[in-house]
Design a protein around this ligand. Structure first.
Ligand code: FPP
Length: 253
């Protein structure tokens, strides 16, 4: 099948992360402040999702991974869970053509066995329709948990007959749900909480973290630029020591 769009990404400016992962928190509080039900916040959160995909794409981000529904979100009231499931159907029918036309490649990770056939079908359609696209890769983590991911990777490796001696970080990494992407460079959480909440536990070993009080529906290009500026100011050492200072670049005190 030909790609839905030949659109490719602009060159990534220095300081722009290659892979951004986001915990989109604060929809409920955003809605409550407007005396509206929580699902109203998720609906606006969906608009933010589309805007942030486009903002990341314009800045040359190659991979964007969003935490849309965690393994633990089933504990929410039935009305909210079914609202979120319905939002998948609405989102795919409303935005898939636009995203596909922009060259976005969509992938979905998480345990699909527990979601309805209709939701599974919507995700399948999104993945198939954008399979040959060459723009930003959007990975939606849906019914996803970092611990689930590690267990499913071990199970798949064992089912392939990989022995304990053969199991290395590289081998396990190839069985993780995000094997198609490099590890995230920048992990953003909106909504003011400072925790990981079982997102991408394996993959964020060396990610830079950025937490903001901004509620997800209010997160826009300016907020994204603040996160990128914070990222650009960090020195990433991956466990090594700082690079030695050169004559023109004295060591800081
Ligand atoms: C957390 O905010 C948000 C979620 C659990 C759902 C995120 C979903 C969206 C942004 C809609 C887009 C969906 C898809 C399918 C891409 P919260 O409800 O915990 O907010 P609170 O902390 O203010 O209560």
């Amino acid at each position: 099948m030909a790609a839905d769009s030949a659109a490719t990404l602009p060159a990534r400016a220095p300081g722009v992360p290659r892979h951004v992962a986001i915990v989109m928190d604060g929809n409920g509080r955003w809605a409550r402040r407007r005396f509206m039900p929580r699902v109203f916040g998720h609906k606006y959160g969906m608009e933010t999702v589309v805007r942030v995909i486009e903002d990341c794409s314009r800045r040359g981000v190659e991979f964007l991974t969003l935490y849309a529904f965690s393994s633990e979100n089933w504990k929410r009231p039935e009305e909210e869970v079914s609202g979120l499931m319905n939002l998948v159907l609405v989102g795919v029918s409303k935005y898939l053509a636009r995203l596909a036309g922009d060259g976005v490649r969509i992938r979905v990770v998480g345990d699909r066995s527990a979601v309805s056939e209709r939701v599974r079908q919507a995700w399948h359609e999104a993945e198939e329709r954008t399979r040959d696209n060459t723009g930003i890769t959007l990975t939606v983590a849906f019914n996803y948990g970092g611990r689930w991911d590690i267990v499913q990777a071990c199970r798949r490796a064992m089912a392939e007959g990989i022995t304990a001696e053969q199991l290395t970080e590289d081998v396990l990494g190839r069985h993780m749900a995000l094997a198609h992407a490099p590890d995230p460079d920048l992990f953003i959480r909106t909504g003011g909480e400072v925790r990981i909440s079982n997102f991408l536990l394996w993959q964020i070993a060396y990610a830079e973290f950025y937490f903001t009080d901004c509620l997800w529906p209010d997160f826009d290009g300016a907020e994204l630029d603040k996160a990128f500026a914070a990222y650009a100011s960090r020195e990433r050492r991956f466990g090594a020591v700082p690079a030695p200072a050169t004559a023109s670049q004295p060591a800081s005190a």
